[in-house]
Design a protein around this ligand. Structure first.
Ligand code: GLC
Length: 749
């Protein structure tokens, strides 16, 4: 009998059942009644640990402990630098450990399918390989300290609109080649303590109840041994979830007294279910419940790391006439509220209470830079640009960006536009001068109608508390930009596939573009974009040359020579893409297959060796129902972005034959509707007197709900979610449900 079997034998039934759900919001119970549990907490770029748990303050920063706000995923993915992200993971982990948190709820690695997704600031890329390796490095850094992680939200949770009732309807090939791929890579690279299973359905089956993604993909194919935890209130049916492979429902939900015991007695929970679950659960508790205590946080050191990550991630997207770097002696006019009140993190569970509040204008003052500043639009967003006459001679820096909380968990953006008053401001400025450099802070792609009329553009995304120092160093040339876009910057929203249907049906999202997401779509249809995936400028100039390719049994080694032909030391990202023109199965013309960042000194060369993993070359073959390396000739592209091809090299790989298979797309016969059960939408239930009366009886109403959680996003959640958050009693909701449904049916007559 091994150690775990022995422990299981000694456990009481209630100790076993008690491990199927959390306690309070943040605790995984020990498997021993008197044992130490595991504490978890958000978020992916900084500790969100509440000081008090009253529901109204669940998203107010002052309610959280002080932490370093590191760059968000949208920023650090643009570093294309696994070592740097791993280093950030270590620093982040130390802050979680200081606050006695054993598992952090991050990284967030859903694919950026649509620019309107409110949480894109947390996510990494439109490309699964970049997303997977960056998430893997983050996890590696974290887990190396002993602090655990929770890779989220598995899987195909690509919108906030109706996220707990929406079904992502997509082909199995699309699911595997795009949406699970990044998670598989991250698990293989980083081995996270847990995987957080997402809110949505996949082809009608809730992710928490989806044995294909849990058991078949992650357990059997990838060999994952960590814990599957639900997203908070993501569990629809706890027994179906347990049987599909979910380990823990978070947070606990107040089922009827003795719910689990009754299920066990009725044989709905079997001993083998519990044994299988505990074989994952016990090692998790043993490993993460006992961690070293840190006596302090070196906030100054972590701020420097946050600056370093931002500096190496922020993308210089335009630099006409070498507008940047600025000369610190020449006067510059700085315009825009965002230059002071910077937008450096996103809304929802990623909110943090930063140790340091960035302020670009303050830095210029401290550095005795010759500048003048005008916020240009006040709180009413009225333009009052007092500096108009001054801007005709000097260089102008304009800070733009979405308003705080416009990009957040819980709801999506309405469009890709910057705020009207900011576009008005740009019009006024560009009537006078185009000697303008713009810094645009956003968690995802925004339309840039003024792009042709400005000289320079930095894209920081939400770059954390070090954003001001990083921008100062990059703008004045103390640092050399090396970020590359991890998503395509399209010109207008309707260029995005799926834009016509994105938020039209709260219960069904059809992934009609299938594997052609992001650059895979825009490049295929040659859509004119502002900036392609993988694009980013530097103050240096580089030449790349693929010297040799070695096809080994365990991987493919590619040696690339990077030459810096400029006077400035800089970093270059080598990008290798692969294609297979003669494939028997529909494919992307070329997709990222390896990347590496190298520092190269002026007028010198460096040899960079990239490894291509055979597992990353496999595609899902629906005829064999498995990931397959197709036999035959491939094209290996050395590129400077998804569209900027430097060279192509033919290679031949030994693999399997794939029988002809043409594009399929999602099954449109799958049409899911609102369920008249615990998944009834809050917006439906709240139409009934029965539910309104109940809300009043617990001191709630529609306004309070909207103000507490995600504006009106909350109304688009199932009523079970209110029970899961402890706002309502699950039992009460179950008891009044028949009357709610009865009243709804009567009103429909
Ligand atoms: C949220 C988020 C998830 C977060 C969790 C705990 O709803 O979806 O990312 O970690 O609940 O706050």
């Amino acid at each position: 009998m091994n150690k775990i079997e022995k422990i299981i034998n000694e456990m009481t039934l209630s100790e076993k059942l008690n491990t199927l759900h959390g306690t309070s919001f943040w605790l995984f119970n020990s498997y021993k009644a008197d044992g130490e549990g595991v504490v978890c907490s958000d978020g992916p770029n900084g500790v969100r640990k509440m000081q008090n748990s009253n529901i109204e303050e669940v998203f107010s920063p002052i309610n959280f402990v002080k932490c370093t706000t590191f760059p968000t995923g949208s920023t650090f993915a643009c570093s294309f630098d696994q070592n740097l992200v791993e280093k950030m993971g270590i620093a982040l982990a130390h802050e979680f450990q200081f606050y006695k948190i054993n598992v952090a709820l991050g990284p967030a690695a859903c694919i950026k399918r649509n620019p309107l997704c409110g949480r894109n600031f947390e996510y990494l890329s439109e490309d699964p390989l970049l997303s997977g390796y960056i998430a893997g490095s983050y996890i590696k850094g974290f887990e190396s300290t002993g602090c655990g992680t929770s890779l989220k939200h598995y899987v195909a949770n690509n919108q906030e609109y109706g996220r707990q009732v929406n079904s992502s309807n997509l082909s199995l090939k699309c699911l595997r080649d795009i949406y699970t791929k990044g998670f598989e890579i991250a698990v293989r690279e980083g081995n996270p303590a847990s995987i957080m299973v997402s809110y949505n359905k996949i082809n009608g089956v809730y992710a928490c109840e989806n044995s294909y993604i849990l058991e078949d993909v992650m357990r059997k194919e990838i060999g994952y041994k960590g814990l599957f935890i639900s997203d908070w209130t993501a569990v629809n049916d706890p027994l179906k979830s347990l049987h599909a492979g979910l380990n823990v429902e978070m947070p606990e939900r107040d089922y009827e007294e003795g719910f689990y015991e009754k299920a066990y007695k009725e044989g709905k929970i079997k001993n083998e279910d519990l044994t299988k679950h505990l074989n994952y659960y016990i090692p998790f508790i043993d490993k993460y419940s006992d961690q070293k205590e840190l006596s302090s946080i070196d906030f100054e050191k972590h701020l420097k790391i946050a600056i370093e990550v931002a500096e190496n991630s922020i993308v210089l997207a335009k630099n006409e006439d070498n507008f940047f770097p600025l000369n610190s002696k020449e006067e510059v006019i700085v315009i825009g509220l965002r230059a002071r009140d910077m937008n450096y993190y996103g809304g929802g569970s990623s909110i943090t209470n930063s140790y340091y509040k960035p302020d670009f204008v303050r830095i210029l003052t401290d550095k005795n830079i010759n500048f003048e500043y005008d916020s240009a639009y006040d709180d009413e967003e009225n333009l009052n640009l007092a500096l108009l006459e001054k801007i005709k001679n000097q260089k102008v820096l304009v800070f733009l960006g979405c308003d705080h909380q416009e990009e957040s968990e819980g709801y999506d953006r309405k469009d890709m536009k910057l705020p009207d008053h900011q576009l008005k401001l740009m019009n006024e400025i560009l009537k006078i001068t185009n000697n303008v450099g713009v810094i645009v802070e956003s968690g995802s792609v925004v339309e840039l109608p003024f792009l042709d009329n400005i000289k320079g553009l930095f894209i920081p995304y939400f770059a954390g508390e070090g954003e001001d120092f990083a921008l100062y160093n990059l703008i004045y040339g103390f640092a050399n930009p090396s970020g590359k876009l991890a998503e395509t910057w399209i010109k207008k929203y309707d260029d995005c596939p799926g834009s016509l249907t994105y938020d039209k049906d709260i219960f069904n999202s059809y992934y009609d573009e299938d594997i052609y997401v992001g650059y895979r779509y825009y490049d295929k249809y040659k859509i004119n974009v502002n900036f392609p995936f993988g694009f980013g400028l530097s103050y240096s100039k580089f030449k790349l040359n693929l010297l040799r390719v070695a096809i080994n049994s365990k991987d493919i080694k590619c040696e690339v020579e990077v030459t810096n032909v400029s006077e400035t030391k800089g970093k270059e990202v080598v990008q290798l893409y692969i294609g297979k023109k003669d494939s028997n199965i529909y494919r992307v013309r070329r997709e990222l297959v390896a990347f590496s960042k190298a520092v190269v000194y002026p007028h010198s060369k460096k040899k960079v060796v990239l490894s291509i993993n055979y597992s990353d070359l496999r595609v899902f073959d629906p005829t064999k129902n498995k990931m397959t390396l197709e036999d035959g000739d491939y094209e290996l592209y050395l590129c400077n972005s998804s569209r900027d091809e430097i060279s192509v090299t033919k290679i031949t790989l030994k693999g399997e034959k794939i029988t002809k298979y043409d594009f399929q797309g999602p099954d449109h016969s799958l049409v899911f509707k609102e369920n008249e059960d615990i998944n009834l939408l809050v917006s439906s239930a709240i139409k009934t007197n029965v539910f309104k009366k109940y809300l009043t009886s617990v001191g709630l109403d529609e306004e309070k709900l909207k103000n507490t959680f995600f504006k009106d996003g909350f109304l688009k959640n199932p009523i079970r979610c209110l029970a899961g958050l402890g706002i309502l009693k699950y039992r009460d909701v179950e008891l009044i449900l028949p009357e709610i449904i009865k009243e709804l049916r009567e009103t429909k007559k």
